[in-house]
Design a protein around this ligand. Sequence first.
Ligand code: PLP
Length: 436
Amino acid sequence: MGLQGTSTAEWFERAGKVLVGGVSSGFRYWGPDDTMVIDRGEGAYVWDMDGKRYIDYQLGFGPIVLGHAEPSVVDAVVAAAKSGTTFAMTTAGEVEAAEKVQASVGYVEAMRFTNTGTEATMHAVRLARAVTGRDLVLKFEGCYHGAHDYVLFSTPGGPTDGLGSRRSPMPLQASSGIPAAIGPLVRTAPFNDIEAVARILADEGRSVAAILVEPALGNCFGIYPAPGFLEGLRDLATEHGCVLVFDEVKTGFRFALGGAEEVFGVAPDIGTFAKSMGNGFPVAAIGGRREVLDAWSEGGIVQAGTYSGNGIAAAAVSATIDVLSTGEPHARIDKVGRLLMEGLAAVCADRGVPAHVIGHPAMFGLVFSDEPPADFRDTADHDAGLYETVIRAMVRRGVMPNDDGLEPWFVSAAHTEEDAATTLQAFQEALEEALG
Ligand code: PLP
């Protein structure tokens, strides 16, 4: 039995006649009878086309930090739309939004807006190459940095057995259509393996433009950096003259107002932001050390975007940061997130199922394995089949995390303790059902 009700199934059939596979992003496809068509969202909930309500832990793959359709953000966006949205010039709203980003994130001395995380990491890579005069990018297995050619290597979702040995990892191309010339420009290392990074840099440090990393793995169970790992990257990047880029598309404005630096105490040269910065409106940014970013104003390095910093995006950023700055949303997320993490672990322990709940209360992973994973390779031990069966049984009960365990659970400020209790009850029932 699929997850779609009658009306949702009809809409999905209609979607398939116009949208390829019925979706506008490949990651949204759950299969012919299980892909959802959503009618609306409010707070912590979404409703499908049959009017069925779900407690939402996908939150649009992470952006919804305050809750769906947060009134103050919606009002700000509506007001901005009435004043015109896209001009071939800087706007006051854009300046105000940038000031708020800068005031929030300690290491952002200067910045520019883009529209998506993909654009932000693409520009970060080009900028790092331009300022260093080097070509190589060092990225980590299990990190996803968007859909452009330079970063689609050893991403989550691919097989872990094609990654080569830990001593000499092989960048694994994640998509057809990437020119063969790109692969040789990429180096990969297991996350949390500072020795592997040191070895690569000892060999080729003079050719590495950027060390690109998600400070916590937002696309792989929310795996945390081991103590000293981010500090080690900072030191190695400085030693070898590489630009350290934190991809904060998922961690930024979600873990804390100040993002990864506030939580882990390490600052990169550049950070890329998107998702929670605008509570679901399309907006992204690249920010960091002025010395690096000012290269854009010296000329010769292309950074552009018709819609970058548009009125709607700027209004969404300002309104979202205004609410986040009170501190209340992150306090609520922390409380409910912890309840969920502890509760899920307790249910598994009671049932004798080996499991680990890892990561940050705002973005955590549930891993069915004997040992907690420290990197993408370790996730091969996770019982993905059991996870998918449990999650689908939860979706039938009106609770909706993503059914791919690699994608963490996201918690918003709109989730309540009651939602957490309902979720844990649904999880207990779903686990029983799955175990038979
Ligand atoms: N970087 C990270 C860490 C992401 O999780 C994503 C998307 O999930 C991206 C970049 C790409 O962002 P977008 O989908 O907005 O292009």
